[in-house]
Design a protein around this ligand. Structure first.
Ligand code: GTP
Ligand code: MG
Length: 199
């Protein structure tokens, strides 16, 4: 199994609905709160610095499309839970909120969660919304490098339990733990992604 995704190319940055790709290529949509590591994940998966990463939450303000070979798009959404400069983002965040009702060819949504934190109300809302819409979801726990091995196990147990309590029935096989920094867990995720399109 290859470690990373080959042939990943930045295609476009989109601000409005009429700019969305219309080629019908399936999408793996990366969603999650601002700063959780969506753009870093694109870089870790591709082994390239394709998406801009920042210490400042709210870095990604457009929807970024990365094409993986001829198989699918990795769609990097702006994060939620970021309130600074609210008015500038208001119109846009409405567009992002509506993204999942635009009838896009979404293959699956990857919700990123910081392994150190319990899921926020917005995270849980997002997952139940996806379940309601029957959109397949996986969970990617990020920043594993910031915890020890035993803390990682404990935190992922707590997070999984909370998701279950919220009635979100995710298969264990659909929860991934990664570090975008050390690359741990990236190969497993790459394997899952490849299997989706080249079974
Ligand atoms: N230690 C560590 N830091 C990470 C990891 N993933 C992301 N970061 C850091 O977290 C910060 C935010 O990362 P981004 O990838 O820009 O986050 P984002 O989800 O794209 O944020 P928005 O574009 O604001 O929605 C940066 O400082 C990254 O270096 C990780 O796995 N481990
Ligand atoms: Mg980003």
């Amino acid at each position: 199994m290859a470690q990373i995704l080959e042939n990943v190319h930045f295609i476009k940055a989109v601000r409005q609905e009429n700019e969305l790709p219309q080629d019908g290529l399936p999408e793996i949509v990366l969603a999650g709160r601002s700063n959780v590591g969506k753009s870093s994940l694109v870089n870790a998966l591709s082994g390239q610095r394709l998406s801009r990463v920042s210490q400042t939450p709210g870095k990604t303000q457009q929807i970024l499309y990365f094409r993986v070979g001829t198989d699918f798009y990795l769609t990097d959404l702006p994060g939620y839970g970021y309130t600074k400069a609210k008015d500038a983002r208001q119109g846009f965040s409405g567009f992002v909120d509506r993204y999942f009702s635009l009838d896009r060819p979404i293959h699956a949504v990857a919700l990123l969660l910081d392994l150190r934190l319990l899921p926020s109300a917005q995270d849980l809302q997002m997952l139940s919304y996806l379940a309601e819409k029957a959109l397949p979801a996986i969970v990617i726990l990020t920043k594993g490098d910031k915890l020890s091995r035993s803390q990682r196990l404990q935190q992922s147990g707590l997070i999984t339990a909370q998701l279950q309590r919220a009635g979100l029935n995710l298969d264990k096989a659909d929860i991934f733990a990664v570090s975008n920094r050390s690359g741990e867990g990236i190969a497993a995720l790459t394997g899952w992604l490849k299997k989706q399109f080249r079974p």
